[in-house]
Each structure stands twice: as C-alpha cells, then as structure tokens.
Design a protein around this ligand. Structure first.
Ligand code: G4P
Length: 293
C-alpha cells in the first residue's frame, strides 16, 4: 500500500503539542471506539509520559457495545481511566467530566494538602477525525462563558471552564496515525479517518466485506435482504447491486455503486454497530507499542 508520510509535519505538530503540555495537568486522549487500537498514535506514550491520561472511546454510538466494554476493560487493565462517549449526541457529560476530574485526583490531592483547591486543566489529543473538535464543542456548548487568555497558555488559545474544577484547552493536540501497519491503515481508511485515496473505494469495500464475513456475518444479509453472503466479496457486491437495482446502461449490475453504498452505510452505522478490532486481535499484531504501558 502506497502511503504518504510527512515526518517534517509530524515533528512540528509534536513540538507544538509539547509546548501546550506545559500548561495542562491532564490529557484526554480521544480514539475512535471502532478502531481503538489503530486510531492511537504510538508517540503519545512518550509525549505524555508523566501526565494523567483519560482515554475517551468516542463514536461509541457507531461501535459494537460488547467490544467497547472489552476496550474499556483493556485500558483500565493498563492503569488508564477510560470512558465511552458519543460526542455527536452527548448525553452523559457529567459522568465524563467526573471521570476526568477523578483522573487528576493525585494532583488535586497534593494541592489540597498545601491548602489550595486545584483547577484541573486538560488538553484533548488524538489523530485527525476521531472527534476531538466535536468532543470539545459538546462541552463548550454547555460551559459557562469561555474565559479569556490565561498565563501559561499560548496566545490565541482559549480555556473552557467545564466544572468549577475542570478546564479544557480548546485547541486539540493533533498527531497523525501510524500508517506503516497495513491492518491499521486499512481500518483507518474504512472508518474514513484517512482519505479514500489511500485505497480506492471498490477495494476498501471488498476488504470491509471480508472483515464483516468474519466478524458480523449477518450484517450484510440483514441490511440488503440477501439469502447469505456470496462466495467472494465481489459476489456479495453483485447480489447487493441486484437487490438495490443498481444497473449500468446495457443492464449489467453496477458493482462500483454497490461498493460505495456498502462503505457509506458502514460508516454511518446503517449496517449496525460494528467494531473492526478488539483487544484480543491486537495482541497478535507485531511491534505493539501500547502493550508495554
Ligand atoms: P477531529 O477534530 O478529531 O478532527 O474530528 P471532528 O470533531 O471534526 O469529527 C470528525 C467527524 O466525526 C465529524 O463528522 C463529526 O461529526 C463526527 N463525530 C465526532 N464525534 C462523533 C461521535 O461521537 N459519534 C458520531 N456518530 N460522529 C462523531 P463529519 O463527517 O466530518 O461531519 P458531519 O458528519 O458532522 O457532517
């Protein structure tokens, strides 16, 4: 797979984030619940060493609930706080802010011993498209007025007060995903985290159908009213095109259109709540920087 890689951009983004780190007590690392492994940046462990961290499994509305529970256990087993969230339709904001506050408890308690009531300041971080801005907006929408610039915070950056003891930096830290892991790159492309140009839609869709055949064999037959899955992904696409009446001039089935439909309907969860990777799979993946946390 041919993938563009920009080490210069990466180094710059890392530097900018390092600057902001000085102003925060806590990191809220956002991942896509459907690909909670592939949507992490392996650099974060280094970069955030020594900071309290909360994992937010975002887009939980699109993910398989059982798999999300497994991921929450997995992260907790690594000593990280973790919570599932749907930033697009936020309902449990209080619960999330309580978990975030609790994760900085050590620092708060230390300050309390010195007689100070500490306001915890958090930075949201993650790879592009996991929902960092949506997450921040979910809280900013209900937050008391945004405060102005503060000492120690780069000019132009804003702080959002979420609870009396919790503030959020409104500029998220962004680092690119790790794309040299072929399986991870595929999962990122399937969820739309990286652009479709990396792999064409037709190929992506066939890969998706192969994954679904393994993990969710009923998803496609139920959605498209098929008797079952085809012998190959191409056969399944042909059946879907037939059912949907996707025809080319001349009467052949339009397999490309079926491929686009399957991919779109996966991304919008019309095929059901589907998770592409669970903790058990990643243990098999080579070179796993997260297993050492
Ligand atoms: P980023 O800052 O990390 O780059 O991500 P951003 O918030 O821009 O979110 C990326 C896409 O994911 C957006 O969709 C956003 O609406 C969607 N999104 C974020 N959080 C959630 C969530 O918890 N659940 C669901 N279902 N979607 C979420 P988009 O396609 O760019 O725009 P649109 O679909 O909102 O028009």
């Amino acid at each position: 797979m041919e993938i563009q890689w920009y080490p210069g951009h990466m180094a710059k983004a890392r530097r900018i984030m390092q600057e902001s780190l000085k102003a925060v007590d806590l990191i809220i690392e956002i991942v896509d619940a459907r690909i909670a492994y592939s949507s992490r940046n392996p650099d974060f462990n280094d970069l955030f060493a020594g900071k309290a961290r909360v994992m937010v499994l975002n887009k939980a509305d699109l993910a398989d609930r059982t798999a999300t529970r497994q991921w929450l256990e997995h992260f907790k087993g690594q000593g990280l706080s973790a919570v599932a969230f749907d930033s697009a339709h936020p309902k449990e904001k209080q619960q999330v802010s309580a978990i975030i506050e609790r994760s900085a408890k050590e620092k708060v308690d230390r300050m309390a011993k010195r007689g100070a009531r500490k306001v915890v300041r958090a930075m949201v971080a993650g790879i592009p498209n996991v929902g960092k801005s949506t997450f921040i907006n979910a809280f900013a929408g209900s937050a008391a007025a945004r405060t102005g610039n503060r000492p120690g915070v780069t000019r132009g950056k804003q702080i959002i007060r979420i609870t009396p003891f919790l503030e959020l930096l409104d500029t998220p830290g962004v680092l690119w995903p790790k794309l040299d892991d072929a399986q991870g790159a595929l999962h990122l492309a399937l969820t739309g985290a990286v652009k479709d140009e990396i792999m064409d839609t037709y190929r992506l869709s066939r890969e998706l159908i192969a994954i679904l055949a393994q993990r969710y064999p009923r998803a496609l037959p139920e959605r498209y009213k098929l008797a079952g899955l085809g012998e190959t992904p191409d056969h399944t696409l042909m059946d879907i095109a037939g059912k949907r009446g996707f025809l080319l001039k001349g009467g052949d089935v339009d397999i490309e259109r079926a491929a686009v439909t399957v991919l779109d309907e996966f991304r919008s969860a019309k095929l059901g709540q589907i998770t592409l990777e669970v903790p058990g799979d990643i243990e098999e993946r080579q070179d796993d920087p997260f297993m050492e946390l």
